[in-house]
Write a protein that binds this ligand. Structure first.
Ligand code: 3HC
Length: 325
């Protein structure tokens, strides 16, 4: 084989490997981001931190939580997920050690100062985000680009608080972050095109697939997905069909990996309610945004799905049980 054919074969092999796995230890990054930060290590943030570190393209990933107990919980989640990947032979012990070794866990916001790119994944509360972005804007270097992983809040509104509207994008990941390949990259009217291009390139850097979308409610996926979950809940409200039959129908009749009520439990009923309530208040004339009675009742009762062990189904950790009678 000639040297150019060998090089082409090598790059094809590399691409094939990258398509299969996000656990790479390459030295190049198309985005040019060397040091990145993740704020909030909850359900989404711990996954973002993990995949960014596992990509091997960053010198360091700064994982920030203001409180030590949440930092420890996030670290534990990452360790458990990496442990699962290693035990199933999907990640080598060497890559696992490198991944964990490249994450700097901290409760000190000033550790984010010299990062190139920060992904924020804190709870969906605009007051909290206002305070966070105001502090972050004052703490970080001029060069730092901010990105929010919000599901449903306005990227443009958050950008205003940061004092850097041109260096602000959305990067919306999907749950579970470790497995779901898509990331929506959101551009506002004020985002600099070069900044957007870097964020888009970064999604490729970490082994995910980017799509581009404007700053519109729910972006692409949630705008289509959440109303379909709400329609399934309205069927429950009307007693049209059982929880189990609705889910089986969408799995076997529409080829979805999980039925809509199973998925709602998996995402968290509080998250589904939060997204819906925000939309109903802000867009009262949009008929796709409706609030099912059963969703509100379950959240009011503290039955939030997988995270509390009960929602439309009973849950034992990550294992789904029978529908709640
Ligand atoms: N870390 C590491 N490994 C993990 C993991 C994690 N966090 N979660 C699961 N795995 C592993 C499992 O151990 C399993 O390994 P194995 O194949 O070696 O046994 C493998 O990944 C597959 O997991 P499951 O056995 O649970 O198998 P599934 O084939 O059912 O896949 C799924 C799980 C990918 C979650 C699939 O059911 C699915 O695609 N569901 C739909 C998810 C979805 O729609 N997500 C989007 C939600 S909307 C959203 O996030 C937006 C937000 O804004 C609300």
């Amino acid at each position: 084989m000639s040297s150019s054919a060998l090089a082409s074969f090598g790059s094809r092999l590399l691409l094939k490997h990258q398509a299969k796995s996000s656990h790479r230890f390459l030295s190049t990054s198309a985005s040019g981001f060397d040091k990145v930060g993740v704020i909030g290590l909850g359900l989404m943030g711990h996954g973002v931190c993990q995949v960014a570190a596992a990509s091997g393209v960053h010198s360091s990933v700064v994982a920030f939580e203001p409180e030590q107990k949440f930092l420890d919980l996030g670290k534990d989640r990452i360790e458990k997920s990496i442990g699962k990947l290693v035990s199933k032979g999907k990640m080598s012990q060497e890559d696992a050690d490198k991944t964990l070794g490249s994450i700097h866990f901290t409760t000190d916001m000033s550790d984010l100062k010299d990062t190139d790119f920060i992904v924020e994944a804190v709870i969906e509360n605009m007051d909290l985000k206002r305070d966070l972005y105001t502090s972050l804007g004052a703490t970080c270097d001029e060069k730092t680009i901010f990105a929010s992983n919000t599901s449903s809040l306005s990227i443009g509104e958050m950008a205003q608080f940061s004092g850097r509207t041109d260096r602000f994008v959305g990067v919306h990941f999907f749950n579970p972050v470790q497995l779901m390949k898509l990331v929506e990259v959101i551009k506002t009217d004020e985002t600099d095109q070069a900044v957007f291009d870097k964020a888009y390139a970064w999604v490729n850097d970490i082994g995910k697939v980017p799509v581009s979308c404007g700053d519109t409610p729910g972006f692409i996926v949630n705008r289509l997905l959440v109303p379909s979950l709400l329609q399934a809940m309205l069927m429950v409200d009307r007693n049209d069909a059982s929880v189990k039959d609705i889910d089986i129908s969408m799995q076997l009749g529409a080829g979805h990996p999980m039925g809509p009520l199973h998925l709602a439990d998996y995402i968290g009923l509080d998250t589904a309610l939060f997204i819906t309530q925000g939309w109903v208040e802000k867009y009262p004339d949009e008929p796709a945004f409706v609030l099912p009675k059963c969703l509100k009742e379950k959240v009011d009762a503290g039955d939030l799905g997988r995270k509390t062990g009960k929602g439309f189904y009973h849950w034992d950790g990550d294992k789904r049980g029978d529908p709640v009678a």
